[in-house]
Design a protein around this ligand. Structure first.
Ligand code: HXC
Length: 284
């Protein structure tokens, strides 16, 4: 049964805008990643979802394929973004089975709540390896395919489609610093920097590389953990001028914008989707 559109996508987009295009996404079975994937598949894309957990990744792919008749969605589990070779093999398999990689979303992340006093060197390193090095590995494994996509679909072209888009899922913690999240803040700051460098090096070839930075998003694993440690239910949204936490749909909509033709001239930047939360108490 198809998932109702309103759960993961606004009604402002046109069906088919991603037709005959392929999304490759790490962390695509997660709460935010699956909403981003659903949105693109709904609007015409095929997709390849990468994850560590085989069952979860394959089940997510099967579920997401139901949002549009004829959608091809493959789930490749058992892939840890810290392992470049398995990521490269997954990217190659995506191209073999789906024909191309036109969009990459680097969404895989690791997080736990801990003060610096409880962070071992290995704990800090683990999050840096999953988030920052995992994003670098994703760039290395997929960028040749994005270059091909951009050359097949130059900007502007008669169809209006520009290929070769990289989007990393970042955060806002590093704008202010965040207690209990020193490891994640450092890792996400590095991701922002990586995207800027990709934009400068590959912009001349027609690629774009950006981040989307979610604020406090309802229902995500990360916020559930943080909320139970940092905020009480009563004052949950006190730091968010919008007066509410975000939804996965807010992130899916921003993803569609940046990856679509409407985002042609958005490059080397971060789209912050947080209801202005980080400007007040880091949004928490
Ligand atoms: C202190 C901890 C810890 C904790 C783990 N470690 N949990 N230290 N407090 N709560 C330490 C371990 O003791 C170990 O250090 C080191 O971290 C590595 O732990 P492992 O369990 O061996 O690592 P691994 O199996 O690779 O698991 C990685 C993980 C895990 C990050 C620890 O939680 C994970 O796989 N998470 C993936 C899913 C996830 O976190 N999703 C949420 C993403 S949300 P020692 O010294 O003992 O060897 C997100 C959003 C952030 O990123 C922004 C929100 C707005």
């Amino acid at each position: 049964m198809a998932v109702p559109k309103s759960d993961y996508l606004s009604n402002v987009w046109a069906n088919g805008i991603f037709a005959n295009r392929v999304l490759f996404i790490t962390g695509g079975a997660g709460t935010i990643g699956s909403a981003q994937t659903r949105a693109l598949v709904h609007l015409g894309a095929d997709a390849c979802i990468i994850g560590r957990n085989v069952k979860k990744t394959e089940a997510a792919a099967e579920e997401i394929a139901k949002v549009r008749n004829g959608a091809r969605v493959i789930g490749i589990g058992g892939v840890d973004v810290r392992d470049f070779e398995s990521l490269k093999a997954a990217a190659d398999r995506c191209v073999k089975e789906l024909g191309a990689i036109d969009y990459v979303v680097a969404g895989a992340a690791g997080n736990f709540v801990a003060p610096i006093s409880a962070l071992s060197p290995n704990a800090f390193k683990t999050v840096m390896e999953i988030d920052t090095i995992g994003t670098f590995n994703t760039i290395k494994a997929t960028i040749p395919y994005l270059v091909e996509s951009a050359s097949r679909n130059p900007n502007p072209n008669p169809s209006g489609f520009t290929g070769g888009r990289f989007l990393s899922v970042s955060a806002t913690f590093h704008y202010t610093g965040m207690p209990l999240q020193a490891h994640v803040s450092a890792a996400k700051a590095a991701i922002d920097s990586l995207m800027a460098s990709v934009a400068l090096e590959y912009g001349p070839l027609g690629l774009t590389a950006n981040c989307v930075a979610p604020g406090a998003i309802e229902g995500t694993e990360g916020m559930e953990r943080l909320a139970s440690n940092l905020v009480t239910a009563a004052d949950k949204t006190r730091g968010v001028p919008a007066g509410r936490w975000g939804s996965v749909r807010d992130i899916a909509d921003a993803t569609v914008f940046v990856l679509s033709d409407a985002g042609n001239y958005v490059n080397g930047t971060t789209v912050v989707v947080d209801g202005a939360g980080w400007r007040r108490q880091g949004g928490l």
